[in-house]
Structures are given as structure tokens and as C-alpha cells.
Design a protein around this ligand. Structure first.
Ligand code: MLT
Length: 410
């Protein structure tokens, strides 16, 4: 019999979103009438159709595959040059950020990249994560054996947690302690907070002082409306020496089901060996992709490329404006209902303090039972998320308005 990777035994029973789905399913089975009027504002999954530019490009690409002259088999493992170049040009060089085409690695999404990147990092790294946090950062490290056991409050021994509270505006300062690998996510999932240039500069300073690596998740950068808020960690001087960025087409182009994202791995980012040698990570990341993947399928990469066309950009903007319109409706409705509200201005998530001292899961149950609305309990994102819930703005306008209406009955 084969041996199990026993790190999986340390994981909490279920990944957050399947656990929410299980509870909702049980509720719906027991309350079929309520099930009919259920509105989901839980998982941050897009609801609106794909941008037309992406659909047309994918159709054309599929047609190409149907003809000998234009047929393509395996593509480059790191992604097609046309897409790597469109990304580097539009997302970086057009914004005066120095990123080369071959520093872009196309993948099937940021969630996946969070796990993949651990392949090339040592097991001895001290990991720091914000709390609350996108659960994937923690769980992938648990699976890789980078943590001790789980504590009663759901946190893990061995991880350095960076408290994100209302007092620090949900943006943690660098700690006094040493960390080798720091996860940062801005605009933040789940709190909707954004980090200023000054705050990100302090993190880059920390990384350089501690020779740490910043894993910067910018999956929601397209939702930033404040012109002073950085969209990329590479807007901060010297970040090229200490940061990797993760991005996704899920939330700007509605690709949650299509699957496409990318990492930016600057050639200047180094890691150390046990013997003290310093080596660039880029060739190992390249090697990892060549061995373990054949990248994302050709039609999807053409679809992603089309998001950068003039039409594609306009259509992405319309999608983002739609979801941010929902965010505004939900934000003011929650506020009007007497709830304390954060986020939802530069991000599609609204972070809400629970009422009447309820725990996150109690508030989840209350909203499910009384309003038939599904949200995500903050405690599922970490110990500091207790006492909060997250409302996702990814919805149709009708449903967002209906949720806003129901919130007034709280
Ligand atoms: C969320 O709801 O936090 C996101 O949808 C998760 C994800 O993007 O994987």
C-alpha cells in the first residue's frame, strides 16, 4: 500500500468554499421554498457573459485547429509568445514597469500558481501570511509540509500570521520577526483593502533587509479606482529583486471557468541554497513548467490575448464597472442596515462586521435563514476574520439590488 502525504491530515475538514456549499445544500434540502429565493454572494465567481472579443478570438482559434495549414499541437510550456508579449507590454511596459516577455509565465490561474510556486522553494522557508487571507496560501503550505499542526482557532503552528484589523486598515506592517516568504494580496481578498505606495515600499524594504521573497497576488488589480493606488508590486523601486507577482484573467475578463492567469518572475529574483549559494529562480521556474506542464490551451490563450485589444479592454472595463456598481449598492445597503462596512471601493468584496456580537458562522446562518442570502464567513479566512463576513459583488444587477433590499430587513 502506498503511503499518504500525511500533511493532508493536518488540513481542516474542508476547503472553505466547498464547506459553504455543503451547508447551503443542507439548508436548501431542508427548506425547498427558501431554496427558490436563494441568492449567492459567497464565492467570488463571476456571473456575467464573457467579453465578446474573447469569444470571437477563441472561436477563430478553434477554427484554426480544424485546418491542416493552421493546426497547432503542443505549444510552448511557458505560454505563447503572442500572449506573453501582450501581457508584458500592456500590463507592465505601458505603465513604465520594466518586465520582459520571457518573465511572464502563462498558467491556468492564480489559485493554481499559488500551489505551483512552492515546487521551486525550499521546505525550510519561514512563511508569513496576512490574517485573514485567501485560504489557498495557507493550505498549499500545509500540504507541502511547511507548517506544524492546526490550532483550535484554525491557525497553524510554524506560520507567522500578520494581523489585518480595522485598526491597521487591514494592511499589516512588516513584522519585527524574520520571514523568508511573505504572501501579500492587494486589492485584498477578503477585506477589499488596498495598500498605498508607502505601505508597499515598506514591504519591499523589509524583503531586501531580510532577503525575503514577496509573493504578490494582484488578481484584483483591475478593480482599483483610486489613481494613487499601485496596481503592481513592480511599481515599487527594487521590487524586481525580491518579488513575484500573480495575476489572473478570472476577475477582469470573467475567465473563472475558462482558466488563464500568469506569474511574473523577474530574472533578478534570487533564492539561496543550503550551502549559501545564490541562484536566480527564473531558470528553475522555466524548468518546472517545461517538465510539469504544456501550458494553457491555444484557444484560451488567444481569448486572453483578445482582452488586450481595444474592444477587449472596453468590454473588460464594462464588466468591472458592472461589478463595482453592485459593490456600491451592497456597500451602502449594508451600511444603511446599520452594519459596519469596509472594502468594496477598490475591490469587489465588502467586508462587514457581524451584528449583535455574532460569530462569522452565526451571521452566515442568520443571513441564510432570515434573508436566504449566502455570504462567506470571515472566520474561514483566518482567526482575525472572526466577527466578520464577506459579501461578494459578483452578481447580476437584479440580484445585487434584491440583496440590498433584503439587508434592510436585518
Ligand atoms: C473567492 O471567493 O475568494 C475567490 O473566488 C476564490 C478564487 O478566486 O479562487
Amino acid at each position: 500500500m502506498a503511503y499518504l502525504n500525511e500533511n493532508y491530515l493536518k488540513l481542516q475538514a474542508g476547503y472553505l468554499f466547498p464547506e459553504v456549499a455543503r451547508r447551503v445544500r443542507d439548508f436548501c434540502e431542508a427548506n425547498p421554498e427558501a431554496a427558490e429565493r436563494l441568492i449567492r454572494c459567497g464565492i467570488g465567481d463571476v456571473t456575467e457573459p464573457l467579453p465578446r472579443a474573447a469569444i470571437d478570438a477563441m472561436k477563430r482559434a478553434i477554427e484554426e485547429l480544424g485546418h491542416r495549414e493552421t493546426f497547432r499541437g503542443y505549444g510552448p510550456e511557458q505560454g505563447y509568445e503572442f500572449l506573453r508579449s501582450a501581457i508584458a507590454q500592456h500590463d507592465y511596459r505601458d505603465r513604465d514597469i520594466d518586465i520582459a516577455d520571457d518573465e511572464i509565465f502563462v498558467s491556468d490561474g492564480s489559485k493554481c500558481d499559488c500551489g505551483y510556486v512552492l515546487d521551486i522553494l525550499g521546505d525550510q522557508n519561514k512563511i508569513a501570511v496576512p490574517d485573514p487571507v485567501y485560504p489557498v496560501y495557507v493550505d498549499t503550505n500545509v500540504m507541502a509540509g511547511h507548517t506544524g499542526e492546526v490550532r483550535k482557532n484554525g491557525s497553524y503552528e510554524g506560520i507567522l500570521y500578520l494581523a489585518c484589523t480595522a485598526e491597521n486598515g487591514f494592511v499589516p506592517d512588516p513584522p519585527a520577526e524574520h520571514a523568508d516568504l511573505v504572501y501579500l494580496c492587494f486589492p485584498n481578498n477578503p477585506t477589499g483593502a488596498v495598500a498605498s505606495r508607502g505601505q508597499l515600499s515598506r514591504w519591499v524594504d523589509y524583503a531586501r533587509q531580510h532577503e525575503a521573497l514577496l509573493l504578490f497576488d494582484a488578481a484584483y488589480e483591475a478593480y482599483i479606482s483610486d489613481p494613487d493606488v499601485p496596481h503592481s508590486i513592480f511599481e515599487i523601486p527594487d521590487a524586481r529583486d525580491c518579488a513575484i507577482e500573480l495575476r489572473s484573467f478570472s476577475k477582469n475578463g470573467g475567465f473563472t471557468g475558462v482558466r488563464c492567469g500568469f506569474t511574473v518572475m523577474p530574472k533578478s529574483v534570487l533564492a539561496r541554497t543550503e550551502s549559501g549559494r545564490r541562484v536566480p529562480l527564473h531558470p528553475f521556474w522555466q524548468r518546472r513548467w517545461s517538465t510539469k506542464s504544456n501550458s494553457v490551451n491555444y484557444p484560451v490563450q488567444r481569448g486572453a490575448e483578445a482582452l488586450y485589444s481595444a474592444e477587449g479592454r472596453k468590454q473588460c472595463r464594462a464588466l468591472i464597472d458592472h461589478y463595482m456598481g453592485n459593490a456600491e449598492i451592497l456597500r451602502s445597503a449594508a451600511s444603511k442596515a446599520g452594519l459596519e462596512v469596509f472594502g468594496g471601493v477598490n475591490a469587489p468584496y465588502i467586508w462587514v462586521k457581524t451584528s449583535d456580537g455574532l460569530t462569522s458562522w452565526e451571521m452566515f446562518d442568520r443571513l441564510l435563514r432570515e434573508l436566504n442570502v449566502v455570504i462567506t464567513p470571515g472566520a474561514g479566512f483566518g482567526a482575525q476574520g472572526e466577527g466578520y463576513v464577506r459579501i461578494s459583488a459578483f452578481n447580476s444587477r437584479d440580484k445585487a439590488e434584491e440583496v440590498a433590499h433584503r439587508l434592510q430587513k436585518l
